[in-house]
Design a protein around this ligand. Structure first.
Ligand SMILES: [Zn+2]
Length: 218
């Protein structure tokens, strides 16, 4: 259990959500802007030259958007589940959920698509909530393996479905623009739970429905 989950379970019931621990002791915006000035100097430029004067403020604002996921509780995103499913017991699948994240090793962008499937057990959730769940986890410093696992585990906890499948395709800026410069390499990660793990035919149905091959380029 990670820290966030622990806090969530301790405050479950109707207590207000605790502030995520990552935001406690957060530096001021002025300190963040000062850090950007330092990085500009480290890159070899002059933070006081005209074109760069406003850059630290812009970067701080961009960070607020890129890392907005720290201020949100993923389980709350799924809070409203719909239990009236009229006997629907087939797979629910949302494919091609686009997201942008940042790798925790280089803070370089990860551009990806998530595909989520689950086999409901009386509880379903609105499709927009699935996309929001991806966004909350993506807007943090991440590795792709963890986003994949966190999405699947959260769905399993909240919906208690018969199975969950999550596949993520990602192009990593730290690979495409530096280091080995693998411009076309796509990383694929998956997490299969319940029937998707135990029954090859269910897993196969999901994998053929998302039609991975070449989908990042469409
Ligand atoms: Zn990286």
């Amino acid at each position: 259990m990670n820290k966030l989950e622990k806090i969530h379970s301790e405050t479950s019931g109707h207590a207000p959500a605790a502030k995520p621990p990552q935001l406690a002791g957060r530096p001021s915006r002025a300190e963040a802007e000062q850090a950007v000035r330092t990085l500009i100097r480290w890159a070899g430029d002059d933070p006081d030259r005209e074109g760069l004067v406003e850059t630290p403020a812009r970067v701080a604002r961009a960070y607020e958007q890129w890392f907005a996921g720290y201020a949100e509780e993923p389980e709350e995103v799924l809070q409203r589940t719909f239990e009236e499913v009229a006997g629907y017991d087939e797979m629910v699948l949302l494919r091609g959920i686009r997201f942008e994240s940042h790798c925790e090793h280089h803070m370089a962008p990860i551009i990806g698509r998530a595909h989520i499937g689950y086999l409901p057990n009386n509880r379903v959730v609105g499709v927009s909530k699935l996309a929001r769940l991806v966004e909350v986890y993506a807007k943090r410093l991440q590795i792709q393996e963890r986003i994949t696992a966190e999405i699947a585990n959260t769905l399993e906890r909240v919906l208690q479905p018969i199975g969950v499948a999550v596949v993520i395709e990602g192009i990593h800026g730290c690979m495409t623009s530096r280091g080995v410069s693998q411009r076309d390499a796509t990383m694929v990660t998956s997490r299969m739970l319940g029937v998707f793990r135990d029954q090859p035919e269910t897993r196969h149905e999901f994998l053929s429905a998302i039609d991975l091959r070449g989908s990042m380029r469409s």
